[in-house]
Design a protein around this ligand. Structure first.
Ligand code: PEP
Ligand code: MN
Length: 383
C-alpha cells in the first residue's frame, strides 16, 4: 500500500508525525518514506510493507494529511501503475520535463572521440532546436582490446561544449559507481553548464550493486536500458531497484533483444513493448533504434531500417529516441556502421515529427471512438 501525502505534509510536520504514529501501532507493518520530485511538485510518499491486507484503506484515507491511498496491484511497487493510481508520473530535470506524454530526441555520439566531433555534433543539434543528446565517455566493450572510451578525461570539454550549444540533458552511460562522482566533479568544475542523465547499459541491467548506487543518488535521473537477454519483467525489476533506493526519476529504454531471429539486424527490435511498459509502469519510455538495428541498410522505399524502427517506436508512443549520429561515421571509434551523419539529422528530425504527429492523431481518434455519441457530436460541432 502507498500513502501519498498532501503537498504541505512531510517529515517534521505534526500531521506526518500523527500518520507515522498511527502506522507504528499496526502490527506487522513497516513503513518506508520517500520524497518524490515530480514535474510539478515534491510529494512525500509512505510505502507500507508487510501484511497490508489487514489495514483499513478507508480509515487511512481519512487521516489528516493523506491525499490518496493506492493499493499495490503490481510487482513493481514504486514504478508500477497500480489500480486507482492517479499520481502523475514524470519529472523535470534541468528545465526538461520527461513523462509518458513528453517527446524528445537524444541524438549524438555513441562514443566521444575528439573535441571537434563533439562540438560539431552539438552545433548540429542546436541548428535543429534540440536540447538533449547522447554522448558516451565510458564504453563497455566486448573485447578488452577495443577502445574503452575517454572516460573522465573528456568530460570537461563535452560539458562545456554542450552548455555553449544550449544542450540541457546528455544521456551518458556509466559502468561503475565511481563515475557518478567523476561526472559530478566535472560538471561543478565547469560551472554546471548542462545536465546528465545516467545511462545504465544493457549489459548492466542486472548489475544490482550498480543499480543500487545509482538509485541512492538524487543528483541525476536515469536512462535504464532493457537487458538484452532477460525478460521484460526482469528489466522492469531493475527499474524498481533504482526507485526502491530512492531515485524514481527513471526513463526505461527499449533497445532490442539478442536473438538470431532478429538477423540481419543486430538485435530483434522490441518496440511493440512501448505501450506495454507504459501500461505496467508510470515511467517515460524511450527507444534506441541504433543499437536495435545496428546497420545502415535502406529499404526499396528509400527509407533506412533505423528510421523505420525509430518511427515504429514513436508511432507507438515512445517519449524519447536515443540515436547514434557521427560527423564522420567511417572514423568513429565505436559503432560507426550504425551512425547517421549530421547532414542527415534534419531528415531524421522531420521523420520523427511525422511519426509523433501520427501517434497523436491515432490517440485522438481512439479517444473520439470511446466518447458517447452525444459528446462526439459536440466535439465535431466545436471543431
Ligand atoms: C549505448 O547506448 O551506447 C549502448 C552501449 O547501448 P546498449 O547498452 O543498449 O548496448
Ligand atoms: Mn554503441
Amino acid at each position: 500500500m502507498i500513502l501519498i501525502l498532501q503537498p504541505n505534509v512531510h517529515a517534521g510536520t505534526p500531521a506526518f508525525a500523527a500518520i507515522m504514529d498511527y502506522l507504528s501501532r499496526r502490527p506487522g507493518i513497516s513503513a518506508r518514506v520517500q520524497q518524490v520530485t515530480g514535474a510539478q511538485q515534491t510529494l512525500t510518499e509512505i510505502y507500507l510493507i508487510g501484511d497490508t491486507a489487514t489495514l483499513d484503506r478507508e480509515e487511512i484515507a481519512e487521516l489528516p494529511g493523506v491525499e490518496q491511498v493506492v493499493r499495490v496491484s503490481r510487482e513493481y511497487r514504486i514504478v508500477g501503475r497500480h489500480q486507482d493510481d492517479f499520481r502523475p508520473g514524470g519529472f523535470d530535470y534541468n528545465g526538461v520535463v520527461f513523462s509518458q506524454d513528453s517527446f524528445d530526441l537524444f541524438p549524438g555520439l555513441c562514443a566521444v572521440d575528439n573535441r571537434e566531433h563533439v562540438d560539431r555534433t552539438f552545433a548540429a543539434l542546436r541548428a535543429q532546436g534540440l536540447r538533449c543528446a547522447r554522448m558516451g565517455a565510458y564504453k563497455p566493450r566486448t573485447s578488452p582490446y577495443a577502445f574503452q572510451g575517454h572516460g573522465g578525461a573528456c568530460l570537461p570539454f563535452v560539458f562545456e561544449s554542450a552548455g555553449r550549444h544550449g544542450v540541457r540533458v546528455i544521456a551518458m552511460e556509466i559502468t561503475h559507481e565511481k563515475h557518478i562522482q567523476e561526472i559530478n566533479d566535472a560538471l561543478s568544475a565547469v560551472g554546471q553548464p548542462t545536465g546528465v542523465m545516467l545511462q545504465v547499459g544493457t549489459r548492466n541491467t542486472q548489475n544490482f550493486e550498480l543499480l543500487k548506487a545509482i538509485g541512492r543518488q538524487q543528483e541525476f535521473p536515469v536512462l535504464l536500458k532493457r537487458g538484452f537477454g532477460i525478460s521484460l519483467e526482469e528489466s522492469l525489476n531493475a527499474a524498481e531497484y533504482l526507485a526502491s533506493e530512492g531515485n524514481q526519476r527513471v526513463v526505461f529504454c527499449l533497445r532490442g533483444v539478442k536473438s538470431s531471429l532478429g538477423d540481419p539486424h543486430r538485435n530483434l527490435v522490441d518496440f511493440a513493448h512501448v505501450p506495454v511498459v507504459k501500461r505496467l509502469t508510470r515511467m517515460p519510455v524511450g527507444v534506441d533504434p541504433s543499437h536495435s538495428v545496428g546497420r545502415r541498410d535502406r529499404g526499396p522505399d528509400g527509407i533506412e531500417d533505423i528510421h523505420h524502427a525509430a518511427a515504429q517506436g514513436v508511432i507507438a508512443g515512445a517519449n524519447l529516441v536515443l540515436v547514434d549520429f557521427h560527423p564522420a561515421p567511417a572514423k568513429a571509434l565505436v559503432d560507426g556502421p550504425q551512425a547517421l551523419t549530421l547532414e542527415e539529422l534534419p531528415l531524421f528530425v522531420e521523420d520523427m515529427q511525422i511519426a509523433r504527429e501520427a501517434y497523436l492523431k491515432r490517440r485522438a481518434a481512439h479517444e473520439r471512438a470511446r466518447m458517447p455519441a452525444q459528446e462526439t457530436a459536440l466535439a465535431d460541432a466545436e471543431s
